[in-house]
Write a protein that binds this ligand. Sequence first.
Ligand code: ZN
Length: 189
Amino acid sequence: MQKYTITVSGIAVTVKKYSVSKSMRIIVHPGGEVTATCPIRARKSDVENFIALNCAWITSMQKKSVSLPPESKNLRVPVEVLKQQAKAYVPERLLLLSRLNGLKYKSLTIGSAKTKWGSCSRDGRIRISCFVMLLTKEQIDYVLLHELCHLIHFNHSAAFHKKLDEMLPNHNEKELVKEIKKVSIYNQK
Ligand SMILES: [Zn+2]
């Protein structure tokens, strides 16, 4: 992957070139940072033009994409924004955590379930709710590791919780569960 930063019409954009990329794509992250992913052969001028054409869209997404202070978890954020944020963050993170733990899942879907953060099917299909973007990074890791742990234990037995606690860097499963329970996603539209 090649990476550089350019500024177009006052917007700073991190450009990432991937050999596997087939088309250009712009992502506005939580907090408003902008990334453009593009094919390895894309010229700098093409990338600049593409960003210039999408300036209005980037600015409007940045306005919606405020990072949430910890005390305002229950603010209403448009689902489309959360979905975009989750799609920019979760796939890479889940892949990293699965590799760190030597686990393999079959597929990942970003959904918009309000009653659960995630699920894992018996054949290793993981679903994560875009509402996880309302959690802290440590809490998101907890949700992802919880679903990955179901690849080993397809239940919530004592063995499951023991394994999950081992997978967490701070071995604080109980504490994280307690904190996450305080975050409400039911009032999201
Ligand atoms: Zn579970």
